[in-house]
Design a protein around this ligand. Structure first.
Ligand SMILES: Nc1nc2c([nH]c(=O)n2[C@H]2C[C@H](O)[C@@H](COP(=O)(O)OP(=O)(O)OP(=O)(O)O)O2)c(=O)[nH]1
Length: 184
């Protein structure tokens, strides 16, 4: 069982840069569903997840989120909001933690279609397939579905085993993101 720790209890290498990633979850309010994709290759292959990837050099986080949604699910977001920042620390990867910026998309243009990276599928809100998702997801999804903003840190060993974590709602997401990326 992962251990819940206090914020600040997870030691981060001082001055370590973060690698920035995006993650977009599309929500269909009328249908009471969310869009996930089965990851077909690369990191996290076999898991269901939102759409996203690395923020490229010179790109804003927002632009990266929109680009990845288009590349992976074939649609263009017309209403997307930033909802969370999740930091991942891996003991078996380069020391720099990952910072995944989570977005919520409620409107888009185009037709959802599969890409060679993701196979999109709609899930009812009470049927999100946590057994086939990253181990941290059950801790922040409730906040996501309740329309809250959130920040947290998760430590993994052997890439996919969650060891410890903290997660909380935030009233000022961008201020917390700044604090999480200070010392870079
Ligand atoms: N839900 C969830 N998503 C995660 C976790 N860790 C993690 O990297 N992600 C997301 C962030 C990104 O959307 C995605 C990883 O990015 P990626 O490897 O697909 O990046 P990419 O498309 O730029 O990679 P590439 O294969 O094109 O080089 O997985 C996690 O623990 N939970």
């Amino acid at each position: 069982m992962p251990r819940e720790v206090r914020e600040g209890d997870i030691a981060l290498a001082r001055g370590a840069a973060h690698r920035a990633f995006t993650l977009v979850v599309v929500r269909d309010y009328e249908g009471g569903r969310v869009l996930l994709g089965e990851k077909l290759r690369g990191f996290g292959a076999g898991y269901y997840n939102g759409f996203g990837g690395k923020v490229e050099r010179g790109e804003t986080v927002e632009a990266a989120a929109a680009r990845e949604l288009t590349e992976e699910a074939n649609v263009e977001a017309t209403n997307m909001t930033r909802r969370g920042a999740l930091r991942f620390v891996f003991d078996d990867k380069p020391l720099e933690p990952w910072l995944v910026h989570v977005f919520h998309c409620s409107r888009y243009d185009g037709e959802i279609a599969a890409s060679d990276e993701m196979r999109p599928e709609w899930f009812d809100l009470d049927d999100v397939p946590f057994e086939n998702m990253w181990a941290d997801d059950p801790y922040w999804w409730p906040l996501f579905l309740e329309e809250k903003e959130f920040v947290g840190t998760f430590t993994f060993t052997n890439t996919t085993t969650l060891v410890d974590y903290w997660i909380r709602e935030t009233k000022d997401l961008m201020l917390d993101v700044e604090a999480m990326t200070a010392n870079e």
